[in-house]
Write a protein that binds this ligand. Structure first.
Ligand code: SF4
Length: 365
């Protein structure tokens, strides 16, 4: 249930009402596979008199899902013989209640997620894997509704977090776009874009604050970074952005600023210059609307670096130094860490020598 809810982007009721045989695999002429998940939708489904139809209607466009969802559905089909994938009957304390229907209800789904967390934690403790423990959630119980929002958050804000997830989320972005293409209603596809707008606004708001405090910036796109922060400050002076402002923010090519602290840089994304954009220099360059941070290259003209990034680089140098000097590392690994330390030292040196502040940039202009 967690895999299906998290990686499909379907709404809670849509997930819980999925039926046996809902996931089909299409083998395409180019040798690739597409998994399609057919199911019901419930939001805004009305009859000819405008009354809400509680049993919903079959979706015209199935969800296009990635392989783990297909595998999860296959497992569910092997677990029980019921018509629905998440039957209420698959429980020790099942009591037939006609008015509740055959499928699990959201309240029971929440209880099962909570029991799953407890079981996973017990397993982790028994194996001494403290790092795998699922922590208590300060926002309360994990509901199915939160999965949709979480996947959108990760797609936009941690595109290159952990490599495996980064690739998975990359597939998912393409898959969602494919499955939801042409749909104009508020739907899953809009959530990643909303998250992107929020992330960009947060990055720019932080840039304004830091530049005002005298932060220095270096790199080929340092001027563009400062200009973007100034434009953001003057165009969006309040703390709250309306839906229209979110759209305008995403559509403004000068404000496409993406923080990438793991690489100690900010990407001032211009698709025509982006070294991670395979269509760079071609007419279709703008089709890649966001950077591929997992393919980021250190000589890209879209890079700017701030004092804050250099503080992070300094911390990594300290860690490397501690590992290098403890004398426990095999030679090849020690040499690799030394090379990494030298490249970070050089990065900080170049930054210090070339950094400019917002005030200096304005005086220069
Ligand atoms: S290569 Fe890196 S800096 Fe350049 S556009 Fe891509 S993500 Fe941004």
């Amino acid at each position: 249930m967690i895999v299906v809810a998290y990686l499909s982007g379907a709404r809670p009721q849509e997930v819980l009402q999925l039926e046996r045989g809902c996931c089909r695999t299409e083998h395409r002429p180019d040798g690739t596979e597409r998994h399609r998940l057919a199911g019901r939708h419930f939001k805004n489904v009305t009859d000819s008199r405008g009354n809400h139809v509680p049993q919903g209607a079959m979706r015209e466009h199935p969800w296009v899902v990635i392989a783990p969802v297909h595998q999860a559905v296959t497992v569910l089909e092997d677990l029980a013989d019921d018509r629905v994938l998440f039957p209420r009957s698959l429980s020790k304390c099942y009591k037939p209640r006609a008015h509740l229907g055959a499928a699990l209800i959201p309240g029971l789904a929440i209880q099962r997620i909570s029991r799953f967390s407890a079981w996973a934690n017990e397993l982790s403790r028994n194996h001494g894997l403290e790092a795998e423990l699922i922590p208590e959630d300060p926002d309360g119980a994990i509901t199915l509704r939160r999965f949709r929002r979480t996947i959108a958050w990760f797609i936009r804000r941690r595109p290159s977090g952990r490599i495996a997830l980064g690739i998975q989320y990359g597939h998912l972005t393409a898959t969602l776009a494919d499955g939801y293409g042409g749909r104009s209603t508020t739907d899953m596809l809009q959530l990643p874009y909303l998250e992107q707008a929020l992330a960009t606004a947060e990055t720019l708001a932080a840039a304004v604050e830091q530049l005002t405090a005298g932060e220095g910036v270096s790199g080929p796109a340092a001027g563009r970074y400062i200009t973007a922060a100034n434009e953001f400050q003057h165009t969006y002076p309040g703390g709250f952005l309306s839906k229209r402002q979110h759209k305008a923010l995403i559509a403004n090519p000068r404000l496409q600023v993406f923080d990438h602290p793991e690489a100690f840089l900010t990407c001032n994304y211009d698709p025509h210059k982006a070294l991670c954009n395979p269509s760079r220099g071609k007419a279709e360059a703008e089709a890649q609307r966001t950077p591929s941070q997992s393919r980021c290259q250190s000589n890209c003209p879209n890079i700017s670096r701030t004092d804050a990034h250099m503080v992070l680089a300094g911390r990594e140098i300290d860690q490397l130094r501690a590992e290098i000097t403890d004398g426990l590392l095999p030679d090849p690994i020690r040499r690799r860490l030394e090379q990494r330390q030298q490249s970070l030292d050089a990065l900080i040196k170049v930054h210090k020598a070339s950094r400019i502040t917002s005030a200096e940039e304005s005086a220069h202009v």
